[in-house]
Design a protein around this ligand. Structure first.
Ligand code: PLP
Length: 383
């Protein structure tokens, strides 16, 4: 059987070897509870706080603003419920929120529940690449805007600085930065977010660690209660080894970002050349320029979408379709549907997301293997 090709970086990357070694070293050498007051506990606490400082330096915030979580889903829930419910209590009214269906379910889910609690959400329109259309901005000033940095399905990079021009200093901006971090150069606009979320397994840390940057000036009440860990914002015993692994993986990803950017450009070109030579009718849903350049979103018109993933999987191509990365179920992408794509076309779509350190030979091989598989599916459809 030919070698399998992993093309699902946006769903998650394997942990980096040096990061895994750091994790194991700290778990072995600093195994005490960092909240314990004895020497071993203080040692673990030192490691934890050093990781917090390293993450804070990279995310341009105060150490005290970094809250470690189990990942981005938890961080988004923590931030959105914690900020909106607390602000509503202080203001004595329901809030006006702005977001869009380009957001990941980790953001849309809490917003839908907040809607049920009586808060009002204006959903911005999307263009065909899932970029937020600021022309659909509501008239009433929002209390909170949830706008991601980059889209996980199409790679669209959202118009953050233009959005910031539309909101007053009283509005809170919450940013899901999961897909941008380590893939795009740091954007100074991100310093304006009052809540910002990252997820370690997207850039080579182990699964189960992420962070929420929660600015000290934002109204917030924790949604889970317990001990006073992390200033009471996220109670529960902290894990110094996971926090250090997150810090190291983030440092490495940010150091390598510029190289990856150029490399992905070359790989994407090589991949698409092979694919379009054999399948000229393929439609692109990723932005022609300015998007995440590791992300390729493809639609194969008139193909039965149900055959796509199993066929590609059998051919050794590990890609994703729709929201499968979060649910494990092959449902069509809610993001593509929200751009106005029809259900059959959304079903016949896949996302290819290139990994760091891929080379152009691998990319060409992946493109030609995909082309062969898709040609076969079109032949079957013609019969
Ligand atoms: N936000 C975005 C944009 C994502 O792509 C993902 C995961 O795919 C998440 C949030 C959820 O992250 P986690 O797996 O850490 O819960």
């Amino acid at each position: 059987m030919s070698q399998r090709i992993y093309l699902d970086a946006n769903a998650g990357l394997p942990v980096r070897t040096e990061v895994l070694e750091e994790y194991l070293r700290i778990e072995r050498d600093f195994g005490a509870n960092p909240a314990s007051l004895h020497r071993a506990g203080r040692g673990a606490q030192g490691v934890l706080e050093s990781a917090r400082s390293r993450v804070a330096a990279l995310l341009r915030c105060e150490d005290s603003e970094v809250v470690f979580t189990s990942g981005a889903t938890e961080a988004c829930n923590l931030a959105l419920f914690g900020i909106v419910r607390c602000s509503a209590q202080v203001l004595g009214r329901k809030l006006r929120l702005v977001s869009s269906l380009a957001e990941h379910p980790a953001v849309v889910g809490p917003l839908r529940l907040l809607q049920l609690e009586g808060h009002h959400v204006d959903w911005l329109h999307l263009d065909v690449y899932a970029t937020n259309d600021l022309g659909s901005w509501p008239e009433d000033a929002p209390d909170l805007v949830a706008m991601q940095w980059a889209n996980n399905e199409t790679g669209a990079v959202q118009p953050l600085s233009q959005m910031l021009d539309l909101i007053s200093s009283d509005s809170v901006w919450f940013c899901d930065a999961v897909q941008g971090i380590g893939k795009l150069a740091w954007n100074e606009s991100l310093c304006e977010a009052r809540g910002l979320v990252i997820s370690g397994h997207k850039f080579g840390a182990p699964k189960g660690i992420g962070a929420l940057v929660l600015k000290n000036d934002v109204l917030f009440e924790a949604t889970i209660v317990g001990g006073g860990h992390q200033g009471g914002r996220r109670p529960g015993t902290e894990n110094p080894a996971l926090a250090s692994a997150l810090a190291l993986a983030l440092e490495l990803a940010m150091q390598e970002q510029a190289f990856n950017l150029k490399n992905w450009d070359r790989c994407r070109l090589a991949f698409l050349q092979e694919l379009t030579r054999a399948i000229p009718d393929v439609q692109f849903n990723h932005p022609p320029k300015g998007g995440l350049n590791n992300t390729i979103s493809l639609t194969f018109p008139n193909l039965d979408g149900r055959l796509l993933l199993p066929t590609l999987d059998a051919d050794g191509l590990e890609v994703s379709a729709g929201s499968a990365c979060s649910s494990g179920s092959p449902t069509p992408s809610t993001v593509l549907l929200a751009t106005g794509m029809t259900q059959p076309l959304a079903n016949a779509s896949i996302r290819v997301s290139l990994c760091p350190k891929m080379d152009t030979l691998d990319a060409s091989l992946a493109g030609s293997r995909l082309a062969t598989a898709i040609s076969r599916l079109y032949d079957v459809a013609k019969r």
